[in-house]
Design a protein around this ligand. Structure first.
Ligand code: BES
Ligand code: MN
Ligand code: ZN
Length: 502
């Protein structure tokens, strides 16, 4: 999609459709005005007939008349000004995009002067509307034969304002937002791809391409390296698969004055069958999504490099396929992690914490980051707790968690904290090893998984994001979150990086 900014007057402006948004208060004010131009006359007409009331999310597409130079216009309702939030603005403009697609309109204009700028700054509005416009048009239709009936994608959106200054202030926002959204789309595509194509080897290839394009330092540990380094946990998870595991490290040095870095570690299970503790029908179908964390950390470092953020980052993709077969790891086996801890495998379906544990312990030792953030589709329990509304956050550093929380509120990739009291450790004790990978009860599953991960953080300030509920949706939402992969984590962590200081 092509987004352009244009300084122009709507009088004499030609377009297939122009979008105007209104709060209910603005409509009331319009009613009281004395002299109306051609556009406002038309709008008031629709208000008086009851067709448009500026109700939250309302979209009315209507033909104009001969006095106006654009063919159609769209009235967008924002509801009461008092209750308006930036997320409602996003949802409203996503509705516009969907309505246009349904009507097979592939190009439209947004009037910047008709955005709710009494409540939010033009910059805030521009960011939110550009972002949602780029992301709402996404659909995973690579394998779907295009027919005449399939709704066309939006080819071009123009933002119009009569003020040169406004257009100027939007230019940089447009550029940055495009760079971020490009990576959100990249992550969605990676996650939606067939699991038999998106293997650990494919993630290695994508990391290699990223390293080349953004001048990142790449280190890949293959199964031989992993064995030498004693990474028994990731090897155990991957041993049943024809695609051997890979641990992939990308470094971005955006701040040459400092040695301090932040590490992102992503769970990269390219398919989670559950292993010998096989997942039943109803649970296994979406498990290509289990590398969403790894895809996110790849997207994050690419976006940070594209934006030239002044921080140092190491992104770690801990990749394996949790396959089922004669070579698969068995319940009751004991494996040894790279930090020397032994783990009794009580459930082969609790594999995420195993690939993450090895990656986190190694990352901390090798790179000594000032902060460690892991991102993982880790537990069904977290999805049961929060649904797809927010991710779970747990960790050992209040400052880190607070910055992530605030970044979540800003981007609407929200996170909510769960406690990891030491009391939970009791259930992870094993009779035959230092810990079990999985507790016997089904209680507090999201928490006990995090408590297990904590054993591999070695006192590094740490936050854990459980994105099991938010990474992949069974149906689309709000017009702007697509069915399937959402790309959750990229916008959140880029916002985080703007506020984090070592
Ligand atoms: N990948 C799953 C978690 C998951 C569930 C992600 C639903 C996305 C949607 C994870 O590896 C898993 O299987 N977790 C188990 C842990 C249990 C065996 C302790 C779970 O949550 O059921
Ligand atoms: Mn699993
Ligand atoms: Zn999993």
């Amino acid at each position: 999609m092509n987004i352009t900014l244009k300084k122009a007057d709507l009088k004499g402006y030609a377009s297939a459709l122009v979008v105007f948004s209104f709060t209910q208060e603005q409509i009331e004010a319009l009613k009281k005005e004395k002299n109306h131009d051609a556009l406002n006359t038309l709008i008031l007409h629709l208000v008086q007939s009851g067709d448009f009331s500026a109700k939250e999310g309302q979209v009315l597409i209507h033909n104009t008349n001969h006095q106006l130079t654009f063919a159609r216009f769209c009235l967008l309702g924002l509801g009461e000004k008092e209750k308006l939030t930036i997320q409602k603005v996003r949802a409203a403009y996503a509705n516009v995009l969907q309505a246009c697609r349904k009507m097979r309109i592939s190009e439209y204009t947004i009037s910047v002067e008709h955005m709710p700028d009494e409540k939010f700054s033009v910059e805030e509005l521009a960011e939110a509307v550009i972002e949602v416009t780029l992301l709402a048009d996404y659909e995973w239709d690579k394998y779907k034969t295009k027919t005449k009936e399939s709704a066309p994608h939006i080819s071009s959106v123009t933002f119009v304002s009569s003020s040169e200054k406004t257009i100027g202030s939007m230019r940089e926002i447009l550029h940055k937002t495009q760079l971020i959204c490009e990576q959100v789309v990249f992550v969605r595509d990676c996650v939606n791809e067939n699991a038999d194509d998106m293997t650990p080897q494919m993630l290695e290839r994508l990391a290699k391409e990223a390293a080349k394009q953004y001048k990142l330092k790449l280190t890949v540990l293959d199964e031989h390296h992993l064995r030498k380094l004693g990474m028994g946990m990731i090897l155990g998870v991957g041993q049943g698969s024809r695609y051997p595991p890979r641990m992939i490290f990308l470094e971005y040095h955006g701040n040459s004055k400092s040695k301090d870095s932040v590490a992102f570690v992503g769970k990269g299970i390219t398919f989670d069958t559950g292993g010998l503790n096989l997942k039943p029908t109803g649970f296994i179908e979406t498990m290509k999504c289990d590398m969403s964390g790894a895809a996110a950390v790849l997207g994050i470092i690419k976006a940070a490099a594209a934006l030239k953020l002044p921080v140092n980052i190491v992104s770690v993709l801990s990749c394996a396929e949790n396959a089922l077969g004669s070579r698969a790891q068995k319940p009751g086996d004991v494996v040894k992690a790279c930090n020397g801890k032994t783990v009794e495998i009580t459930n082969t379906d609790a594999e995420g914490r195993l690939v993450l544990g090895d990656a986190m312990a190694y990352t901390v030792k090798q790179y000594k980051p000032k902060a460690l953030i892991d991102i993982a589709t880790l537990t069904g329990s977290c999805a049961m707790t929060f649904g797809d509304i927010c991710a779970g956050i747990m960790g050992t550093d209040d400052k880190l968690i607070k910055i992530l929380f605030e970044a979540g509120e800003k981007t609407n990739e929200r996170v909510w904290q769960l406690p990891i009291y030491p009391d939970y450790e009791e259930d992870l004790k094993s009779d035959i090893a230092d810990a079990k990978n999985c507790v016997l009860t089904r209680y507090a599953g999201a928490i006990t998984a995090a408590v297990f991960l904590k054993y591999f953080t070695e006192q590094t300030p740490w936050a854990h994001l459980d994105i099991a509920g938010t990474a992949f949706l069974e149906k689309g939402k709000n017009g702007h979150l697509p069915k399937g992969a959402t790309g959750f984590g990229v916008r959140l962590c880029i916002e985080f990086l703007h506020h984090w200081k070592p």
